[in-house]
Design a protein around this ligand. Sequence first.
Ligand code: ATP
Ligand code: MG
Length: 599
Amino acid sequence: MAEAEKTTPSNFIRNIVEADLANGKYAARTWSGRPGPAAQQKVGAGDTAKLRTRFPPEPNGYLHFGHAKSICLNFGLARDYDGACHLRFDDTNPEKEEQEYVDAIVDAVHWLGFEWHDNRYFASDYFQWMYDFAEKLVEAGHAYVDSQSADEMRANRGTLTEPGKNSPFRDRTPAENLALFRSMRDGEFADGAHVLRAKIDMASGNVNLRDPAIYRIRHATHHATGDAWCIYPMYTFAHPIEDALENITHSICTLEFADQRPFYDWLLAHLAELGCINTPVPQQIEFARLNLTYVVLSKRKLIQLVEEKHVAGWDDPRLPTLVGARRRGYTPEGFRRFAEMIGVAKSDSLIDMSVLEGCMRDHLGETAPRRVAVLDPLKLVIDNYPAGQEEQCEAPNHPQKPEWGKRAMPFSGELWIEREDFMETPPKGYFRLSPPGVTPTGDPRPGSSVRLRYGYVIKCIGCDKDEAGNVVAVHCEYMPDSKSGTPGADNYKVKGNIHWVSARHAHAAEVRLYDRLFAVPAPGAGPDSTGDFLADINPNSIAVITAQLEPTLRDAAAEDRFQFERHGYFVADRSDSKAGAPVFNRTVTLKDSWTAKKD
Ligand code: ATP
Ligand code: MG
């Protein structure tokens, strides 16, 4: 194991895995050359992994931050315990799935830094196995065809406090059931005419065991199998079989499936008994899903935001999708750190967005080179700088990493500075630029002095205004012996230190200042919400500006990340940047302004 992985904090799932590995629970299961389904022989043939997990997205949407938690957990276990993690597309539902989503999921998992090698599967590849297993259950008397209407079935299902009633069709013989089930498969009935149900117990305290439906008739075209099938397995039937066929050892899912675990176990125990699958069978383990403030992580709401054009698309940098995060400049390492930091637990909790942003900020702080960008440019004229002269200043690429070296920044008599670094009438404690004037008590106040970072000390002597009274330029004088890195620099003690770019050399570029998409912690819910999540959209979640950048930034390649000093972390947009004309997205500000706002 690599150094970083050894420090992965333990959690209850790791404890289970370690105990199972220590006891050799799955060691006896051979991985090849066994009688049994071909699919099961193929999986893991010749490989010695003793731990097998899977990440099983349904290809009906883009992956979001919640999926990242599940990906890091499942692939992280495989990585740390010499196991394998399968990427399995759970495409048993014929209607909603599309290739576009499959491709996006592949990209997102790779982007997060994980690899499934040969273990990429589609649940629809197992339809024949599922069907055959269903026949076996029918023959053994463990399943029957029910011909009640949907309403009757609902009525007879009982409630949490009352038992259900047996269907009048429950006692059909296995031969009758088999004939009917085959007719269902052969397309002889309309949707909803019959369902195949597991025969368990209509009086069970767990409603999921009251003869759950396992196959339904759907005359629908499937994205992979086309019109080969007109009956489709229910998710709760399909998923355990997928796990078993792939020799999964630990099937990790979110808490809402805990009530389904008894059926998962029932089904696999019966299929093992009937010789359909290998033992020991996989075990389901539930963990708490990720809930994050200031975002929505429901596929339905994400689709609505995209379809109703509240955002620019699935990869809008404000969306909590992984394609959006990538475009925003979030890093895979940041997500992996976040997943480790929040851990996995057995009860639901709400994580504050600032925790995720903090992980990104920390990682970017270590890895993003420093650059200078003026986002709200105001002209600064150095009246005593020789006309036409220019020179180079040197700026470190990372203050804590001298080995990253320095770069040259051209300096001249006209610079861009931030508008907020100048105030005509400075309040107390303002240490940036202000012209000579008078204090509130009528005393003369000299013009202020600041250091132009990596350059000279300057003293403000005045400003120009337009007819409306807006400041259009600031005038200064520089101290020729004060240049940073020269002996004279130490002769000046100033409190302010501001950034700048040379106006003649600067590169003007589009910069998008992204902020959180929602203005309240619980969009659509909670005391500070209106109840409609769309109404909680932050009206200031994007501002598009033209910034003045230091010249080296002109050559930034798509997805290059930088810290713009004093502002935050920015990335060259991967879709809209062109050679010599990058467009930048703000990933995250240097400091968290939201946590403070809340208090
Ligand atoms: P839906 O149920 O609407 O299809 P889903 O988010 O569960 O949405 P899946 O594609 O089924 O989508 O999810 C794939 C995997 O990701 C599942 O194992 C699921 O448990 C896990 N997952 C989904 N959302 C979260 C979340 N918020 N936190 C952690 N894991 C999640
Ligand atoms: Mg799901």
